[in-house]
Structure formats: structure tokens, C-alpha cells
Design a protein around this ligand. Structure first.
Ligand SMILES: [Ca+2]
Length: 405
């Protein structure tokens, strides 16, 4: 703890510039000015003289206050105490119960107002000296909590204390959407719809496939969703595949997505597990925000990538991360994202490879405070990579999709 009346000099200057003290301190000047004005205008107007007289009275009245203020010591708060308790903190949990909540009681004699700073940019002012604050930055962090107590003539004393507090990730335990793909045939149409065709310029990426919802390209079999990319001439395209989406059927804000999948193989394949903002039809892309849980390019076998597309960075986005998984096309792995109001964390089998957590969250960097829907697809080719001429067919198999909140 420390104790220092840091604002003494500054406050004097501030007070001269504003409020009643201006008149008090400058009363002699004001009187001279009025007297001078009277002479200058050679005023014989009795109203002006009356006004001058009233002002002298007022000025004298003000001076009486001034005398009181300047002749007696200014009131400075004393005996400031700051008591911070971290909710749930005890000998086994010294950093609290993970909720990030602290309760503060500050008290000082002659204080009429308290200003709290929590070390994270948040400032709260009140008259009671009692405040509760919730930290949201995840994991263990150190903050300097300070309080300034102000007297009625705006003199202050301050003290501060350092705290260490733990904020645990919000657990997403409530299963709100799932498909285990345990009924053979077409996917459940209460959960999945399709994009069909070639979109605009191969879905914006120069992709070469024509998406269909035929069983050749999408079916449920053996407890798995199978999305198959094929080399075949169809609708003026040389390849076919499928793209399933929950748009209009299920969307959500914040939660955890787990997709257990085995990826296709071959240069030119581009499987993806991803999400788009449900407001895409009104605000367009990238304003809607895009969360790419998993992308894999067959020409870069084994590298699985996660990425974000936002107005501040899209297309060749700088916000991405990846990890190498040797058997990505021969074994199942769980591709996951955990998304809350603070950060978006991407992992494979629980191994985190990227976290997106911009310090400054706004519409440019963080369109991720609104609903998103899920997409599963396998694209073939793109404007910046080619397809193996010997490619015939390959399948992404999905064991399950589970979304928790
Ligand atoms: Ca399954």
C-alpha cells in the first residue's frame, strides 16, 4: 500500500479556471474592471451604477466565502483504506474461484466520492466506496487496483494494491446442436441445407467443382457423413462435390464446436469446416465475419489451418494459425473451436494451434458477437493452385458434429 496526495498542485490550477473560485480569486480585478468600464463610458445611467453597486455587493459576498476558503485549510481526506476481496479466494485457491469477481470497500474520512481504477482501463466513480468488478481476461493476470478519495473541495488522496486473479474459460457443457450421422441415406434436412451450383466465379475462389446434393456427392453411411469430390463432367464443370450448411436451420453466438472428421486426399482437394455470420445477406462478406475451424489443402498435405476473416483482414488474412497432422487423411481427428466474447480458440484433438483475441474489438476486428452458421464442404481447386490431373475421387468423412454452449 502507499499513500500520496498526488493531485494537490494540479487541483489548485484547475479550480482557478472554473467555478466560483474564479470570481473569488479575481474579485479585485473584477472590481477594477467594472470601475474602469464605468469611467470609460462616462456613465451617468443610474441603472449601470446600480448594477455596479450590486456587483460590488455580490463581489463582497463572494469574498466572504473566499476568505473562509483561503483562510482555513482545504479539506483533504484522511485515513484512506482499501479492502479488496477476490471472490472464492482461500488458501487452496489464492487467485479466486475463476469467476474474476472482486469486491472492494474503500473508506476515508472527509471523502464524498471515490474513483476506482481496476488496472484494465475500467474506471468507476461512486459516493459509497463500495464496488464490485468482474475481470474477463482469461487465465491468471496481475492488476494494480487503485482508489482515489475526494473531499468536497476536490482534494484527493490515493492508494493502490496489486492483485492476482484467475479467470477461467467459460465451460460450454450444454449440447445445443448435434448430428451423429447414424441414419443412413440423405443427411437430416431439419439440420442441413445445401449450396448447389458454382456460385459466383467458383464461390469467389475460382473453385472448379459443381456442388450437388446427389448421393454421389453427399450421403450418410456407416455412422458417417460422406462428402465426396469426384472428377466428372457436370453442369459445365469438370468436378462435383457438396457443401452442407445449417443456415436458416441452426445458428448460434458463442459456444464450442467439435467435428470429428477424416479429410480427403489429393492435390486440389480443399475440405473445410467453417462458419459465416448469419447476417451475410444483409451486411455481406467480410462484414458478417468468417470463422474457419479447419481448412486443408491437398497440395500441402498434413497442414490444417484455422483462420478469421473480418473487415480488418480478409482474403489473404493475417489472422490464422496451423498445425501439422501426419495422418490427417487416414485417421479421424477432432477439429474444434471455442468462441466466447473475448477470444476464439482453435484446436485439433485438444491441441491449440491458434487463438484470436484482438485487444481492440470493434466491427472491423470483431464481427463475432452475432450468430453464425456452420458449413461443411470439399472444394476442388482454386485460382491459386491446381488439381492433380490423375485425381478421380476422394471423400471427407464426418463422424459427428457437436455444438455446445
Ligand atoms: Ca457418427
Amino acid at each position: 500500500m502507499n499513500y500520496y496526495p498526488f493531485s494537490e498542485g494540479k487541483d489548485r490550477i484547475k479550480k482557478r479556471a472554473t467555478g466560483p473560485l474564479f470570481f473569488k480569486k479575481n474579485s479585485p480585478l473584477l472590481l477594477f474592471y467594472l470601475w474602469h468600464m464605468n469611467r470609460y463610458f462616462n456613465v451617468s445611467n443610474p441603472l449601470f451604477s446600480l448594477g455596479f453597486f450590486v456587483l460590488i455587493l455580490f463581489s463582497c459576498e463572494a469574498n466572504t466565502d473566499d476568505d473562509l476558503a483561503s483562510s482555513s485549510e482545504p479539506i483533504i481526506p484522511t485515513n484512506l483504506t482499501l479492502d479488496i476481496s477476490i471472490v472464492g479466494a482461500d488458501s487452496t485457491n489464492p487467485y479466486g474461484d475463476g469467476t474474476g469477481v472482486i469486491n472492494i470497500v474503500a473508506n476515508a474520512e472527509n471523502a464524498i466520492r471515490y474513483e476506482f481504477r481496476f488496472g484494465n482501463g475500467v474506471v468507476v466513480t461512486n459516493t459509497t466506496g463500495i464496488v464490485q468488478h468482474t475481470y474477463t481476461k482469461k487465465e491468471l493476470h496481475t492488476y494494480t487496483v487503485s482508489v482515489s478519495a475526494y473531499s468536497k473541495n476536490n482534494r484527493s488522496v490515493s492508494t493502490s494494491e496489486q492483485i492476482e486473479i484467475l479467470v477461467e474459460r467459460q465451460p460450454f457443457n450444454n449440447l445445443v446442436f448435434y448430428d451423429e450421422f447414424d441414419v443412413d441415406g440423405s443427411p437430416d434436412d431439419s439440420k442441413w441445407g445445401y449450396n448447389v451450383g458454382i456460385g459466383n466465379n467458383g464461390w469467389g475462389n475460382g473453385e472448379k467443382q459443381y456442388y450437388t446434393n446427389r448421393p454421389e456427392n453427399v450421403r450418410v453411411e456407416d455412422g458417417l457423413l460422406k462428402i465426396t469430390a469426384k472428377k466428372e463432367n457436370y453442369g459445365n464443370s469438370a468436378y462435383t462435390s457438396a457443401r452442407l450448411l445449417t443456415e436458416g436451420k441452426f445458428d448460434f453466438t458463442y459456444g464450442k464446436v467439435e467435428v470429428r472428421a477424416k479429410l480427403p486426399y489429393g492435390e486440389g482437394t480443399w475440405p473445410a469446416i467453417w462458419m459465416l455470420g448469419s447476417n451475410i445477406s444483409t451486411v455481406s462478406w467480410p462484414a458478417c465475419g468468417e470463422i474457419d475451424i479447419m481448412e486443408h489443402w491437398g497440395h500441402n498435405q498434413g497442414i490444417v489451418q484455422s483462420a478469421l476473416h473480418t473487415p480488418s483482414s480478409f482474403g489473404d488474412t493475417r489472422n490464422h494459425g496451423s498445425q501439422n497432422i501426419e495422418d490427417v487423411s487416414t485417421a479421424f481427428h477432432v477439429y474444434a473451436v471455442e468462441w466466447d466474447s473475448e477470444e476464439i480458440i482453435f484446436s485439433v484433438d485438444g491441441e491449440v494451434h491458434y487463438t484470436y483475441n484482438p485487444a481492440n474489438k470493434n466491427n472491423e476486428t470483431w464481427p463475432f458477437n452475432k450468430d453464425q452458421f456452420l458449413i461443411l464442404n470439399v472444394a476442388m481447386g482454386g485460382s491459386w493452385f491446381s488439381i492433380d490431373p490423375n485425381f478421380e475421387s476422394s471423400t471427407m468423412e464426418v463422424d459427428y458434429v457437436r455444438i455446445y454452449q
